[in-house]
Ligand binder design. Structure first.
Ligand code: AMP
Length: 191
């Protein structure tokens, strides 16, 4: 594989199992996991200024502003690529503006976006999983808000990747191992 010159993206609605699958993909293929949600949760835990800022949005089920999110993720992406490693972006980009900023930076860096994996899960299943998981931002109203934000802000970005022929949809309503197998099968042709 062309180390450092490719990037992969993993997207999906809230509670689609992105994080779990991202870890597995990285273990299987040696990619470096870059999760925007993890970056924010870490900043919150550390009590940094960024953490305080991000927490307000996350607790409300809103997206953290594009500028802040993109700056953090693009810095990390660049660092990983410079080490000749392949980043897997988990949960970024989540808006058309983030997708645009990413596309511009990739062009500058000469990195090619190989594939956008999209884990597809129904709303009913998302509510069921959120109730089981009980994370702080998983209250029912917050989940409803996150789903609405997802539809309004993230689906247009997903659609644009579809139009560009980059999207591979994965059935996320299977056992974890079956989802992993479907992803690995889909990626085989692209890595
Ligand atoms: P996640 O763990 O991916 O579900 O992310 C948790 C929360 O972090 C989201 O509900 C958003 O509030 C925020 N977040 C994560 N990724 C992004 C992003 N790309 N843009 C804006 N906000 C984000």
């Amino acid at each position: 594989m062309d180390g450092g010159h490719n990037v992969f993206i993993l997207l999906g609605p809230p509670s689609s199992g992105k994080g779990t699958q991202a870890v597995r993909i990285c273990q299987n293929l040696g990619f470096v996991h870059l999760s925007s949600g993890d970056v924010f949760r870490q900043a919150i835990e550390e009590g940094t200024e960024l953490g305080r800022e991000a927490k307000r949005y996350i607790d409300a089920g809103e997206l953290v502003p594009d500028g802040l999110t993109s700056k953090l993720m693009l810095q990390r992406l660049e660092a990983v690529s410079r080490q000749d490693r392949t980043p897997l972006l988990d949960g970024f980009p989540r808006t058309l503006q983030q997708a645009k900023l990413l596309r511009e930076r990739l062009k500058e860096l000469g990195i090619s976006l190989r594939t956008v994996l999209y884990i597809d899960v129904s709303d009913e299943e998302i509510y069921r999983r959120a109730a089981l998981r009980g994370r702080a931002d998983d209250a029912r109203e917050t989940v409803a808000r996150r789903l609405e934000v997802f539809r309004r802000q993230t689906l247009p970005a997903v659609d644009s990747y579809k139009t560009q022929g980059l999207l591979m949809a994965i059935n996320g309503e299977q056992a974890i191992e079956a989802v992993e197998q479907e992803i690995m099968g889909a990626l085989k042709a692209r890595v």
